[in-house]
Design a protein around this ligand. Structure first.
Ligand code: CS2
Ligand code: MN
Length: 358
């Protein structure tokens, strides 16, 4: 298992590689080419420069999060083939710079959605929160404005401006896309790229939908144990894997995360471990990583992964904003550093306990 931290390059992050390097137990970063338009081929020389910068801080760049999927692929349009070709060319360049795991998502139109980016907690920190009634009321472009305004000018993962231009018309398009059709589009993509993932030895790791339920009538599939099983059966290669994001799957109280971790461990190549506090079946807020801070038993989740032989990458996911830090929402330094070492502590105790440490 390797503990990593997500980092946004090219001045797009308030957190520095020098700071990440000082977090004990962290071996590398999950990063991406934030300036590469969705559907383009990522230039090898840019990747080489990025890897060299990361390596100059003794950090590894083995995980990419994310090479986003062009909407035409998700829609299953004829133009998808040219974007799939570009995706495969990008994978070839990623192989050349030593990437071993590629996190992506197949969420239609947008990445995660929240209705509040700085919800105050009693301890004076703030978290991102989701109230379904508010999110439904907010038309997508106002969510975009609210997010852009409150995110300190950072574009949020998956909410890059070029993806949002067509947001309203894309949402309209998906009103007539059935789950069955969407699964077919997903399978078409997987069957095209998994042979190349095998050849390049890059483990593909799809990220769940966040929140894990329908919003704006969009087909949200990666939401439950049953749907993860369906996904894994679309293409049975070990290279067709999952990013096990507990904060994305956790708001759905029917998701038994330790059981899912045990069941899918051999197809989980990347784990985003964070906690959430459910308020209702459709409302939640994020929390500190500690089990008692939210509704998830982080010990049981880590134990399930460990005991099932998980050997991939783990990262702390969204943290609170604490000690007055101003950063990309969910991506402050302090609470993710605390989370990383909490998770490492759990892993060490479970690992040594399993070996009968005295
Ligand atoms: C991330 C997602 O910030 C987050 O919650 O886990 O944005 C994730 O990077 C993408 O969905 C993966 O493509
Ligand atoms: Mn995640």
């Amino acid at each position: 298992m390797k503990m990593i931290i997500r980092w946004f390059p090219f001045g797009d992050d308030s957190v520095t590689l020098s700071q990440i390097r000082q977090i004990p137990g962290v071996s590398g970063v999950a990063t991406h080419l934030s300036k590469a338009p969705v559907g383009s081929v990522w230039p090898l020389e840019t990747l080489q420069e990025l890897k060299a910068e990361i390596a100059s801080y003794d950090l590894e760049m083995e995980v990419i999060e994310s090479v986003n999927i062009h909407e035409d692929i998700k829609k299953g349009l004829p133009s998808r083939d040219e974007y799939i070709d570009a995706y495969i060319k990008t994978m070839k360049n990623l192989k050349k710079v030593g990437v071993k795991c590629l996190c992506y998502n197949f969420m239609p139109v947008m990445d995660w959605a929240r209705s509040e980016l700085a919800h105050p907690l009693a301890d004076g920190s703030t978290v991102m929160s989701y109230r379904h009634a508010d999110a439904k009321k907010m038309n997508p472009s106002s969510i975009m404005d609210a997010m852009a305004e409150k995110s300190g000018g950072y574009s949020l993962p998956g909410w890059e401006p070029e993806r949002l231009q067509a947001m309203a018309s894309d949402i309209e398009y998906y009103q007539n896309v059935s789950h069955e059709a969407y699964w077919k589009n997903m399978k078409y993509f997987l069957d095209a790229i998994i042979p190349w993932a095998e050849q390049y030895d890059i483990k593909m790791a799809i990220h769940p939908d966040d929140p894990p339920w329908p919003l704006y009538g969009l087909p949200k599939l990666m939401t439950s144990e049953e749907n993860i099983e369906t996904f894994l059966n679309l293409n049975k290669s070990i290279y067709n894997g999952v990013t096990f994001c507990t904060g994305s799957l956790g708001p759905n109280k029917d998701n038994d995360l330790p059981a899912m971790a045990r069941r899918f461990a051999d197809r989980i190549h990347f784990a985003h471990l964070r906690n959430v506090k459910r308020r209702t079946d459709r409302d939640f807020e994020e929390s500190a990583h500690l089990s008692e801070a939210g509704d998830l038993d982080m010990y049981e989740i880590v134990k399930a992964l460990h005991d099932a032989g998980f050997s991939g990458y783990i990262r702390p996911d969204h943290g609170r904003m604490i000690w007055g830090e101003e950063a990309r929402p969910g991506y402050g330094l302090y609470d993710r550093a605390i989370g990383a070492n909490y998770l490492l502590g759990l892993w060490e105790a479970i690992d040594k306990g399993s070996k009968g440490a005295k």
